[in-house]
Design a protein around this ligand. Structure first.
Ligand code: RIB
Length: 297
């Protein structure tokens, strides 16, 4: 069983289904509203746990009702929460999500996620030292992302940096990652690219190996040689929220099988995840995943 440690955000997702996206200043009547558990860190932890990994999460929730619900949900998935802080007098992270036309728009308010500190990462050293892979994203303070990269590197662990939401990062930090897992748009921001640079060029000049997600078109990966394309798996899209998180989780869980197999399985898991509503709604369990993948040929 792979041991995965996830460092990242925990949000309550406030999801509105709409016939289309509203224009600025416009009011639309939506079709449905629901609250579901999310946050890139929590989603990656849940997806990895469902795929059979032993998972620990490092993050923070507030002392509000959302925080209690999110904590209980993660515990129910069997995730170790010893390093999830409960911040007093603070709300939990939220994401206001509109789902329309098979796409989503998301606005995140970090709240407690903004209180994850480098000291908290250092306190989790013993947990990180047992990891086969470490996942970190960018909905927590950048100092905490840097601390994860530095400690993971010092411990000799593969750190997968999912640079979402993207912003430019120092080259020295990127070099500490075993893999970067942006989409095309995120890679351009991460590397402060000019408009003329396409993603294959950017992959070649990245300071760390890139596994680039391309939605329904699958993924491209490069680990030294030329970029390689992994085709996507076709499935009807209900809600694409959390597809990237499922991809990252599967990549970490199956990394020990070698990069090509891990990327193929990550594409498959991400495809399955979009077949149901909510970031965590479609994340497959290992038996369901294996059965579905075996049928894909
Ligand atoms: O990656 C999807 C996640 O992004 C959502 O669950 C939302 O919470 C935002 O963090």
């Amino acid at each position: 069983m792979a041991r995965v440690v996830v460092v990242g955000s925990i949000n309550m997702d406030l999801v509105t289904l709409a016939p289309r996206f509203a224009a600025p200043g416009e009011t639309l009547l939506g079709e449905r509203f629901l609250t579901v558990h999310g946050g890139k860190g929590a989603n990656q932890a849940v997806a990895a746990a469902r795929l059979g990994a032993d998972v620990a999460l490092i993050g923070a929730v507030g002392d509000d009702a959302f925080g209690m619900q999110l904590h209980a949900g993660l515990a129910h998935e069997g995730i170790s929460l010893d390093h999830v802080a409960r911040i007093a007098d603070c709300g939990s992270g939220t994401a206001s999500i509109t789902v329309a036309e098979g796409e989503n728009h998301i606005i995140v308010v970090p709240a407690a996620n903004a209180r994850v500190t480098p000291a908290q990462i250092e306190r989790a050293q013993a947990t990180l030292a047992k990891a086969d892979a470490i996942l970190v994203q960018m909905e927590i303070p950048l100092e905490a992302v840097e601390a994860t990269l530095r400690l993971g590197h010092r411990l000799g662990k593969p750190v997968i940096l999912n640079p979402a939401p993207a912003q430019p990062l120092p080259i020295e930090w990127l070099k500490l990652a075993r893999y970067l897992t942006p989409n095309q748009h995120e890679l351009a921001i991460l590397l402060s690219a000019g408009p003329a640079e396409d993603f294959l060029t950017l992959m070649q000049r990245s300071p760390a190996p890139v596994v680039l997600t391309r939605g329904a078109e699958g993924a491209w990966y490069r680990d030294g040689g030329e970029p390689v394309h992994q085709e996507g798996f076709q499935i009807d899209v209900v809600d694409s929220t959390g597809a990237g998180d499922t991809f990252n989780a599967a990549l970490a869980v199956f990394l020990h099988e070698g990069l090509p197999i891990a990327v193929r399985k990550a594409c498959a898991a991400a495809a399955l995840s979009v077949s149901k509503l909510g970031a965590q709604g479609g994340m497959p369990r290992l038996d369901e995943f294996n059965t579905w993948l075996a049928r894909q040929g």
